[in-house]
Design a protein around this ligand. Structure first.
Ligand code: G3P
Length: 215
């Protein structure tokens, strides 16, 4: 499974990229707005830190405007994946951008039908929002599983990117059902990497070693 960071915060990206296990970064208009920085500049800064797919989302609504915006965004760096919303205009945009060899990530996906349509349009990634499905008392992981199963059944090459991750179990369960990628909020990296038995075990190793060295 590929682990992406879901943030536009450059300090968090620098911190967790150091671990050597970050395979890409996803952003969206809300995450970029939260940082209050120039969109292009921040995406290019991120691309210098993480050598992998960097998702940058179009903000226009019509197909013509999204296509033009997507082509401009794609020029910012070779690793850009243009993020496009799951709408009819978004499908038209993905079709046009993929014909020009531009990688795309279709976002705000909440059904198998939407995921299949995005794949048929030529999307590189589809991003089902697990957390937001759970938020309204439906089963986000079941959605991921259904999409993975249908993509395998019809040999779609589009990758399933589990998004809107709320906790570590979303990451684990996304793996168990076969998602290709999980895009993870930075703070969850700390909880995923640690375990109380690792912490206590290391402390006792150190204490025993210290006692032995003191003899
Ligand atoms: O990548 C999509 C993700 O950022 C959305 O997460 O927490 O706003 O549902 P959230």
């Amino acid at each position: 499974m590929k682990f992406f960071l879901d943030t536009a915060n450059i300090e968090d990206i620098k911190k967790y990229a150091q671990w050597g296990i970050v395979d890409g970064v996803t952003t969206n208009p809300s995450l970029v707005a939260k940082e209050g920085v120039d969109f292009k500049t921040r995406i290019q800064e991120i691309a210098k830190i993480v050598d992998g797919p960097i998702s940058a989302e179009v903000t226009e609504a019509s197909a013509d405007e999204m296509i033009a915006e997507g082509k401009e965004i794609a020029r910012w760096h070779t690793n850009i994946f243009v993020k496009v919303p799951m709408t009819p205009a978004g499908l038209e945009t993905v079709k046009a951008l993929s014909k020009e060899g531009i990688e795309t990530n279709v976002t705000l996906v909440f059904s198998v039908a939407q995921a299949v349509m995005a794949a048929k349009a030529g999307a590189s990634f589809v991003s089902p929002f697990v957390g937001r499905v759970d938020d309204i008392a439906y089963d986000g992981i079941a959605l991921i599983k259904d999409i993975v199963d249908v993509f395998q059944k019809y040999n779609f090459t589009t990758e399933v990117l589990s998004a809107s991750i709320r906790h570590g179990k979303h990451v684990i369960d996304s793996m168990k059902v076969g998602a290709d990628i999980a895009t993870i909020p930075p703070h969850l990296f700390d909880s995923l990497v640690s375990h109380p038995l690792t912490t206590s075990g290391l402390a006792s190793f150190a204490a025993d070693w210290k006692k032995f060295q003191a003899k």
